[in-house]
Design a protein around this ligand. Structure first.
Ligand code: KG4
Ligand code: ZN
Length: 357
């Protein structure tokens, strides 16, 4: 039996402080995201201490704004869902301790959410009156192949049903988003690297350089560290240096055309790595739907290569729901509540920085 409800979702695993209210697992009532990205850009990556401090400042205003935008009082909320892993320890603590306190103070059930699973659930949102969202018409059907491509994770999972999935494979080293971020540093492009490498790549030719795709024994595993090193060696060779030349000094010696061609060649190969495995899984399991999850889902080259490789309709979450947000947390929280999954103890729920799927 299913129960319907409104869930408040809270997300604070990295640099976004986010909260959202979702109704019945498909209707987005509010979605508030405060990012501390501006504070990290000068360091070329997220600084955990700064992120945690910024969560402390933002989390209550963000939650109140999410309730206001959804026109909800605490009496309307049926439960609280919070990311308890994976993520940065200090950042996760702020969200989890806030959610625990609110669950006790307002006597609400608490749901502990796996951040990576939640990315997949952004695909279940189909309805909103909020302006500026493009949502899919129908929820994905099972069996569902999930291509998870974020800053911290690159995974392929097959969902037979809600809460019944198999992890087909994952990256052995860097996540694809991480690879974009590292290549951005080599090319002197701003953080986060995904959007900036993607933009530079539009000016370049992807067939200028042939970069390697790792060959692995496991059918559905990925590796991106070799590709990242290949980009470094390429940039060193192009600027006439050997492999001892420091990566941070390369960008000033590369021409704009070289940067664009390296960005395009890297992006093409990194995306191809993901698409090749997705195609194999699609052929082996004939899923009824394919969903893409995580920040790299916003990448246009991924969308282009997937549509070329897999002759099935693929829908994507709205761009604002691809990167970290509270709506995906609330949506998975709704399904947990509707399917009467176990609740978490608000007096003891702990963070799990290394939680995997
Ligand atoms: O899912 P997400 O917001 O955070 C994690 O859970 O990791 O993903 C962030 C990652 C970053 O590495 C960022 O560079 C990448 O997503 N990203 C993109 C694009 N937009 C964000 N990568 C490629 N192309 C994009 N347009
Ligand atoms: Zn994420």
């Amino acid at each position: 039996m299913l129960y319907w409800m409104k869930i408040l979702g809270i997300e604070s695993s990295c640099d976004e402080t986010a909260a959202s209210v979702v109704e019945d697992g498909f209707r987005l009532l509010s979605n508030i995201v405060a990012s501390s990205m501006d504070l990290h850009v000068q360091y070329g990556g997220v600084v955990p201490e700064i992120a945690a401090r910024s969560h402390i400042e933002s989390i209550l205003p963000v939650i109140h704004q999410a309730l206001d935008e959804a026109n909800c009082s605490w009496a309307d909320i049926d439960g609280i869902a919070v990311t308890y892993g994976a993520g940065l320890g200090g950042s996760l603590l702020v969200g989890v301790l806030t959610a625990r306190t609110l669950a006790i103070a307002h006597s609400k059930p608490l749901y502990a959410i796996n951040h990576v699973e939640a990315h997949v659930y952004a695909n279940f949102l189909t309805d909103t009156t909020l302006p500026g969202y493009v949502l899919r018409e129908n929820q994905p059907q099972f069996p569902m192949l999930a291509i998870i491509v974020s800053g911290g994770h690159s995974q392929l999972a097959l969902f037979k049903n809600h809460f019944d999935y198999t992890l087909l494979g994952q990256t052995r080293d860097d996540a694809i988003g991480e690879a974009f971020d590292k290549v951005a540093r080599i090319l002197g492009l701003p953080y986060p690297g995904g959007p900036s490498v993607g933009k530079k790549a539009t000016e370049g030719n992807p067939s200028t350089y042939k970069l390697p795709i790792a060959k692995l024994d496991e059918k559905y595993s990925y590796s991106f560290s070799g590709l990242k090193t290949a980009v470094l060696r390429l940039a060193q060779t192009e600027t006439g240096h050997d492999h001892t030349f420091p990566s941070m000094n390369l960008s000033s010696e590369l021409s704009e055309a070289q940067k664009a061609n390296i960005a395009a060649s890297f992006q093409y190969t990194a995306i191809k790595t993901i698409v090749q495995k997705a195609k194999l899984a699609w052929e082996e399991f004939s899923p009824a739907s394919i969903v893409i999850a995580g920040g790299v889902a916003a990448n246009p080259e991924l969308r282009r290569q997937l549509s070329e490789a897999i002759p099935a309709p693929i829908e994507y979450p709205d761009m604002k729901l691809c990167t970290d947000n509270g709506a995906m947390i609330a949506t998975l929280g709704c399904f947990k509540a509707m399917h009467q999954q176990a609740t978490a103890d608000p007096y003891t729920l702990d963070i799990r920085p290394n939680l995997s799927m």
